[in-house]
Design a protein around this ligand. Structure first.
Ligand code: XMP
Length: 517
């Protein structure tokens, strides 16, 4: 890693990823490590320009509570402790923390008592500033060398600073949007305090990663499964830029794509980028095997299994490959190393090409492993990919199969494609597409009675879904104006034969999921 970088030690906060987002937005590379994954030697070797200690669910008042490794305080680099991070820093340096009667959750105000480098150009002495708190414990006495620079009603040591050592402790969460100036505080930490110049740009990433791919792959062959989604598309274009025709992309048309989707993918990759592409139309195979199947998990398993089978056949046809490219992102990587992440219940079996690399004896190329979703989009734009392609909503691997509860038939797929196209057309026309994380139509296996013209109808119900989200893990329904929903419903019922009723899904996630199956 040639960039200046910040190390974030994670104590298990729900929002640690947001700290990383804010640091990256400030133009500085950073990594999140579980606090207990790094010994002093490893941290020293990593040589960060500064260290951030995240929040976490523990209480430092408990025995054996998590502690920052001693190296953090021996390296002579700036340290920013947030919430639990502040508390453990205070205690480890000789201060005290107690459980508080006055717990603070949600919006709070801090009063700025003294200037410090974190506040540079954003907060002035005497002002009251909105922040987002979430704590039960509070620092009750501060270590020698620190002073209190901001207070709140529930936290007399809301921000503490030791400017000589460049140590800062913040009781609130600067990383969340509900602390309106939080991003600037974090950027002050990375730039003013740690002295980072901000060399993390997508142009630099592109150049560096291309070099690394060439080094990793040499003159060997790589295959990449294209789903039409942003992650695999950007991965493919970047790898192609690095190794040209040593890359072959495989696009499996499962027959459950949206209207025009396959054509778009093929035309972008084959005609625009001239990337060798196998376009495998396996729709008959998929639909055949799904005949009579209505259980969601069974559908997902059949699709996942067939996908791997078809993909493997295509790969064998070109004589196999040494590497498989995947669009794995940083959140997946963090998830798999997280010290809080244990085995969790399977809500849905996600479909991917897992298992294939071992079976075909392929190594993985994952150039996006360090990126967040919006960085992947920025990289796509940096590489000149069409903006409307880059900004596309996520689309699940099993495709429309999980948007048709019950048995899938060609007829239902056709009906759904038409409704979905109209819905998305209207969203784009209203200028709402970029505000929404994901929007789609679902065809319900329920028929209802209607009246059209002078006749009776007995047709399907179509449900519309639109959610806002930052990562797909939690989501809320999008609050459309009623006239918009009315317009879409009218168009769908008038223009799509087979649908006579439209409803809008207002379930958040949790308790719902984004897709219906
Ligand atoms: P759920 O429905 O679990 O979806 O709330 C969260 C996000 O994941 C997408 N999704 C999938 N993506 N393969 C994928 O590549 C899958 O099997 C799959 N299932 C759901 C979903 O569209 C949403 O963005």
């Amino acid at each position: 890693m040639e960039h200046e970088h910040i190390l974030i030690l994670d104590f298990g906060s729900q929002v640690t990823q947001l700290i990383a987002r804010r640091v990256r937005e400030s133009g500085v590379y950073c990594e999140i490590w579980p606090f207990n994954s790094a010994d002093d030697e490893k941290i020293k070797r990593y040589n960060p320009k500064g260290i951030i200690l995240s929040g976490g669910p523990s209480s430092v008042t408990e025995e054996n509570s998590p502690k920052a490794p001693q190296a953090v305080f021996n390296l002579n680099v700036p340290v920013l402790g947030i919430c639990y991070g502040q508390q453990t820093m205070a205690v480890q340096m000789g201060g005290n923390v107690e459980s508080s009667e006055h717990k603070e959750f949600g919006r709070a105000f801090v009063e700025i008592k003294k200037d410090c480098a974190l506040f540079h150009g954003v907060w002035e002495v005497g002002s009251k500033e909105q922040v987002w708190m979430s704590h039960g414990d509070k620092v009750t006495s501060i270590p020698a060398g620190f002073e209190v620079v901001a207070i709140s009603e529930g936290a007399p040591h809301a921000v503490i600073a030791n400017e000589e050592k460049r140590y800062y402790g913040i009781q609130f969460h600067p990383e969340v949007v509900h602390t309106p100036h939080g991003a600037k505080l974090i950027s002050n930490f990375t730039h003013q305090v740690c002295g980072c110049a901000g060399d993390w740009t997508m142009a630099a990433f592109r150049e560096e990663t291309i070099k690394n791919i060439r080094k990793q792959v040499g003159d060997k062959k790589v295959i990449c499964g294209l789903s039409g989604g942003v992650d695999s598309s950007v991965t493919a274009v970047l790898i192609h830029e690095a190794i040209g025709d040593q890359l072959t992309c495989i696009y499996v048309d499962t027959g459950m794509m949206r209207a025009g989707e396959s054509e778009q993918v093929v035309s972008l990759f084959k005609e625009h980028y001239h990337i060798p592409l196998i376009h495998e139309d396996a729709s008959e195979l998929f639909l055949g095997k799904l005949k009579g199947v209505s259980d969601p998990e069974q559908k997902r398993k059949i699709i996942g299994g067939l996908f791997i089978e078809v993909f493997e056949n295509c790969a064998n046809r070109i004589g196999g490959a040494d590497f498989l490219a995947q669009g794995t992102l940083y959140p997946d990587v963090i998830e798999s190393v997280s010290f809080t992440g244990g085995p969790s219940v399977t809500i849905k079996s996600h479909h991917n090409v897992g298992g294939l690399p071992e079976r075909m004896n392929m190594k993985l190329v994952e150039p996006m492993r360090e990126l967040f979703k919006d960085e992947v989009r920025a990289l796509g734009i940096e590489m000149g990919m069409p903006e409307d392609f880059i900004k596309r909503h996520p689309f699940p691997g099993p495709g429309l199969a999980i948007r048709i509860p019950g048995e899938i038939t060609n007829e239902k797929l056709e009906i759904l494609r038409k409704a979905d196209t109209i819905y998305l057309e209207e969203i784009k026309k209203a200028g709402l597409y970029d505000e929404i994380w994901q929007a789609f139509a679902v065809l319900l296996p329920v028929k209802t009675v209607g009246v059209m013209g002078d006749g009776r109808t007995y047709d399907h119900v179509c449900a519309l879904r639109a959610v806002t989200s930052t990562d797909g893990m939690t989501a809320d329904y999008y609050p459309y104006p009623h006239d918009f929903l009315g317009r879409v419903a009218t168009r769908i019922i008038n223009e799509v034969r087979g649908i006579n009723r439209v409803v809008y899904d207002i379930t958040s996630k949790p308790p719902g999921t984004i897709e219906w199956e």
